[in-house]
Ligand binder design. Structure first.
Ligand SMILES: C[S@@+](CC[C@H](N)C(=O)[O-])C[C@H]1O[C@@H](n2cnc3c(N)ncnc32)[C@H](O)[C@@H]1O
Length: 270
């Protein structure tokens, strides 16, 4: 496991690593987080982040009923299913066939007639025509894992209709400077915020097995603007009093001191 300074995996390498990682990790991700995310709930659930913010309360997507909605990096599709039960026409996209297969099983087991279409593809090359969606969203899907997140912004802008909304949740950029540790060790800054070298894990053959790419807050804002999108808000969910459940490096302890999630709320000009 390394954080090399110079070896930045390109788009193809990052996407290939993500596909293999999420294919092999799908089962344990589901075991660990499926309940919190509502993977088996009859109508799905839309949880934005480990802080437990639910779209039903936050309404960051606005009215979804009757709208064409794309979820980028939908995983096993609890959010896409929830959106479908709210009356949206939903397409969920993910690079991992195993995550999507889990989603299809949940669709088949669910009682709702309103179900999302699930598509396997990488987020840097969306397989859709221009201007076909009213809303696009992503809850930690794809954006932190791609080498070229500016390209994802441009692709989402391309497939949105005028006035369409794009809302995406990622690790809060400030988290980058702390070790991935939910305990006291994770409270001491030790990694330079301005170093864009990605976090990379390699397997025994030296092949990239997992990658997360870092962007500062300013990088994200510039990528949004370069795609022609308008930034409306950056939501930084606070750790709620009711939640004592850790999620990897997310914990009530760290939540007392600094944000774990940033949700960028944007829209296309009308
Ligand atoms: C942390 S999971 C989040 C899944 C889902 N949004 C949720 O809330 O449970 C990240 C998802 O992003 C997907 N992903 C990673 N890189 C991607 C890429 N380049 N294109 C599309 N999906 C990608 C993974 O396969 C995985 O399902």
């Amino acid at each position: 496991m390394t954080r090399p300074a110079r070896a930045t995996p390109d788009s193809a390498t990052s996407e290939d690593a993500s596909r293999r990682w999420w294919d092999s990790d799908a089962h344990s991700y589901d075991e660990e987080h499926g309940r919190f995310l509502g993977v088996d709930s009859p109508g799905g659930e839309f949880v934005w982040c480990p802080e437990g913010l639910h779209e039903g309360d936050a309404r960051l997507l606005g009215e979804v009923a009757g709208r064409d909605v794309l979820e980028v990096g939908c995983g096993s599709a609890p959010c896409a299913r929830w959106l479908a039960t709210q009356g949206a026409r939903v397409v969920g996209l993910d690079v991992s066939a195993v995550m999507l297969a889990r989603g299809r099983r949940a669709v088949a087991a669910g009682s709702s007639a309103a179900v999302p279409a699930l598509v396997q593809a990488g987020a840097e090359h969306l397989p859709f025509a221009d201007a076909v969606f009213d809303i696009a969203c992503s809850a930690f899907g794809a954006v932190p894992f791609v080498a070229d997140s500016a390209r994802v912004m441009a692709e989402v802008a391309r497939v949105l209709r005028p006035g369409g909304r794009w809302v995406f949740a990622v690790n809060h950029p400030v988290r980058w400077i702390f070790p991935d540790d939910p305990g006291p060790r994770g409270l001491t800054a030790s990694i330079p915020y301005f170093d864009r070298s990605p976090y990379v894990e390699v397997d025994d053959d030296g092949r990239v097995a997992y990658v997360e790419h870092h962007r500062t807050i300013g990088d994200r804002v510039r990528e949004i603007r370069a795609a022609g999108l308008i930034l409306d808000d950056i939501v930084e969910p606070e750790w709620p009093e009711w939640l004592d459940q850790e999620w990897g490096q997310w914990s009530p302890l760290r939540g007392q001191y600094f944000p774990g999630t940033a949700i960028f709320v944007t829209h296309m000009p009308a």
